[in-house]
Design a protein around this ligand. Sequence first.
Ligand SMILES: NC(=O)c1ccc[n+]([C@@H]2O[C@H](COP(=O)([O-])OP(=O)(O)OC[C@H]3O[C@@H](n4cnc5c(N)ncnc54)[C@H](OP(=O)(O)O)[C@@H]3O)[C@@H](O)[C@H]2O)c1
Length: 246
Amino acid sequence: MKLQDKVAIVTGATSGMGRATAVLFAKEGAKVVVTGRNEKRAQEVVDQIKAAGGEAMYVLGDAANLAFCEEIVAKTVEAYGTVDVLVNNAGMLSMSTLQDVSIEEWKNVFDVNVTAALRLAQLVAPIMKAKGKGVIVNIASVASFAAHHGFAAYISSKHAMAGLSKSMAWELGPEVRVNAIAPGCIHTAMVDSIGGVDVLQFMVDGCPMKRVGQPEDIATVALFLATDDSSFIDGQVIKVDGGFEV
Ligand SMILES: NC(=O)c1ccc[n+]([C@@H]2O[C@H](COP(=O)([O-])OP(=O)(O)OC[C@H]3O[C@@H](n4cnc5c(N)ncnc54)[C@H](OP(=O)(O)O)[C@@H]3O)[C@@H](O)[C@H]2O)c1
């Protein structure tokens, strides 16, 4: 198993690609800490992992609250003794235009999509550096590379996530390897919230693979980046988008 005896925190693992990543990591032997706000879905993920013979727990809270980040790391260390892998996946969408986005919404998007990742990295890096090894995988987006009309805060936050990932690689290495995944259209609740079938068809038409991505398409890349299979890959923002807009 590729993550035997490793301890992994996966934020936003109550749904979508975070859930798929948590389930895959547990299957590969990791003890997984699932985070999110929805207790019912968090319990379902933990139950699914345990039913398959894995080990997991959940910590609930709002990623916009920095005290929650501290609670995640404290409870992980209390339960499992260390942190080997952090996947900063929790994220929220914002569909306001530049003109209409309120400063409150802008700040909330950055708190959830960027600042929580920074804070969690600050908290786990000393643990990883002390043990001489650790991995951080950040979930960015194809919106880290390009903009479209009407998603100003989200796109800006995902551009920031790409820059933050590169800064993390520089400042947390050589012990801690940091990379980001930039998903294209992945069929999750987030994409469904944009507009359902029409949006999915637009994404399928714009991609040479002619299909929408599934959460497992991201989980397998997160696993690759979390293990020594990717031991010389650092500071990269890797598109996993079926070739969208190539
Ligand atoms: N789907 C795509 O096509 C796509 C493309 C590019 C990038 N992404 C990125 O991929 C990541 C995962 O998204 P997804 O598509 O899998 O969406 P999803 O199914 O909606 O999952 C989002 C996850 O983030 C958690 N979350 C959201 N806001 C939170 C908050 N304020 N505090 C704590 N947890 C919060 C949710 O947990 P609760 O509901 O339990 O709070 C949920 O577990 C996000 O960073 C997203 O921006 C998605």
